[in-house]
Write a protein that binds this ligand. Structure first.
Ligand code: COA
Length: 159
């Protein structure tokens, strides 16, 4: 299958919302009501960021049809020695339509996002992977980091 990759425009936002919803649906964690609300919230959030260049999305087309997409979010970050950029790219919303899976679409999109970030001088790209995507990212050189998190809804030492 020949894939054509291109950058998304604001006109592609409904597709990005649809793919992001489909990604969450496959996780089987959220109900329809939460996902409906999220579609709206994500659309407003992403619209502003796409328009200001802080959310860059990549599409893979197969036979003219959208087969897969992902987004690179330039997250604001605190200054850190040796890193002059105020934004750190975060790869998110990776989704391939089921009929186009296991043909390298996600890998091609991730590579395009990495190249995009490297060409603009960013030092790294981070992400949170779903279980099915871990090996894809590991093969592209992603490694685990040392972020820690305290769930405030859990029982535990008094806060
Ligand atoms: C995870 C996901 C994005 C992968 O998309 P994809 O386009 O199928 O990914 P790729 O084709 O690049 O790679 C997937 C696998 O197919 C294999 N593959 C790629 N081209 C292949 C080919 N021509 N023949 C056989 N296998 C192939 C890859 O080696 C990879 O193997 P792995 O799972 O053992 O690592 C897709 O399954 C998906 O959308 N899942 C639901 C949403 C989700 O979890 N998104 C990730 C968010 S972090």
């Amino acid at each position: 299958m020949d894939l054509i990759l291109r950058l998304a425009t604001i006109e592609d936002l409904p597709l990005l919302v649809q793919h992001r919803r489909a990604m969450f649906e496959e996780m089987e964690v959220y109900g329809a009501r939460d996902l409906d609300a999220h579609d709206q919230a994500f659309t407003s959030w992403a619209e502003h960021l796409v328009m200001t260049g802080r959310l860059v999305a990549f599409l893979a087309l197969a036979g003219g049809r959208p087969a897969a997409s992902c987004c690179l979010w330039l997250r604001e970050h605190q200054p850190r020695p040796g890193l002059e950029t105020a934004h750190w790219p975060y790869l998110m919303s990776m989704f391939t339509e089921p009929e186009f899976r296991r043909r390298g679409a996600a890998r091609a999109l991730a590579l395009a996002a990495l190249q995009w970030a490297r060409e603009r001088g960013f030092a790294h790209v981070s992400l949170h992977a779903t279980t099915p995507a871990v090996s894809l990212y590991e093969r592209l050189g992603f490694t685990r980091t040392w972020e820690m998190r305290r769930n405030l809804l859990d029982e535990g030492p008094e806060v």
